[in-house]
Design a protein around this ligand. Structure first.
Ligand SMILES: *[C@@H]1O[C@H](CO)[C@@H](O)[C@H](O)[C@H]1NC(C)=O
Length: 297
């Protein structure tokens, strides 16, 4: 009994810690071991089930694959499920992928129930390595001095998730602007994990050409396109745009009214009678002109 309860606890621990470890193990009812494994894309991969022990009598093994919030059965009822049949080999101690793609990144959970209904569980977080793709720098073209501006760098392929760096006018921006002669007049914070560069407040020194760079431990770092940001006293661009839009709307309304008026949508009866009056003298004048001209010839 004691041996089973102590399973998974390092025997080298001092006795109080050993008892604590055993208590924690029996509380969750299962000893969970977890590890992380990084492999290149398209390589062959072994994922061990450390929960399985040769000493187990009549063990029942289940494999699950967890990615985000989805959980998929991989091995169940003594067989591999459909999407894995052709590319995975099963043994009691491990599963082997003949080749992995980026879609296989996620957590592989092995659960073993032995004859005496003891459950043990082990997890492997698999990261299929993918180099970062070209990131996109989201930079506002203008920012108001004294306000806050957030620049974002995004990248979707990299695995493990890349970290980000920012450059202004090809100069690497240090995480603390005060440490640099070039950036000491700026006030910003950098988050290398999310890729966010926050100016608070924006100063006139923050005008420049910005790009960001994404890198992980695979392949070479990737740079975004360069985007210019202009720090303005007031949001001149915004005001100009608003005025232009307002003028266009007013012009459109004026044109609409003129158009409706000229087509006679207002005071319909009056305009039809006027038309008749107008058309008669015009015909007459044409006729008069012809007569005059023929008379002249
Ligand atoms: C920082 O500000 C000081 C004082 O306004 C100015 O003399 C200096 O040139 C600025 N430094 C940079 C790098 O723009």
């Amino acid at each position: 009994m004691a041996g089973a309860a102590l399973r998974g606890c390092p025997r080298a621990l001092p006795l109080p810690l050993l008892l604590l470890c055993a208590a924690a193990g029996s509380l969750v009812g299962a000893q969970v071991t977890s590890e992380t494994k990084q492999v290149p894309e398209n390589s062959e991969v072994d994922i061990p089930c450390t929960a399985y022990k040769y000493s187990m009598s009549n063990p029942r093994i289940e494999w699950k694959f967890q990615k985000g919030t989805s959980l998929v059965l991989l091995y169940y009822g003594n067989e591999l499920t459909e999407p894995y049949k052709n590319r995975v080999q099963f043994t009691s101690t491990n599963i082997r992928f003949s080749t992995v793609t980026r879609e296989d990144t996620g957590k592989y959970i092995c659960e073993v129930v032995d004859g005496s209904s003891q459950i043990s569980k082990s997890e492997v977080s698999l990261i299929v390595q993918v180099p970062p793709s070209k990131p996109v720098a989201h930079v506002p073209s203008s920012a108001t001095i004294g306000s806050k501006a957030v620049l974002r760098c995004t990248e979707t392929d990299g695995s493990p998730p890349p970290t980000f760096r920012w450059y202004r006018d090809t100069m690497l921006m240090p995480s603390d602007p005060k440490t640099s002669l070039t950036f000491r007049n700026s006030s910003y914070t950098l988050d290398s994990t999310t890729g966010e560069l926050t100016f608070e407040p924006v100063t006139s020194f923050d005008t420049g050409d910005y790009y960001c760079e994404a890198s992980n431990n695979v392949g070479s770092p990737q740079k975004s396109d360069t985007v210019h940001m202009e720090a303005n006293e007031v949001n001149v661009g915004g005001i100009v745009a608003a005025v232009v839009v307002l003028l266009m709307v007013l012009a459109l309304i004026a044109f609409g009214i003129w158009f409706a008026y000229s087509r006679g949508y207002f005071k319909r009866k009056d305009t039809t009678s006027k038309k008749v009056i107008y058309s008669q003298p015009s015909h007459r004048s044409e006729g008069e002109f012809k007569q005059t001209s023929s008379f002249l010839v």
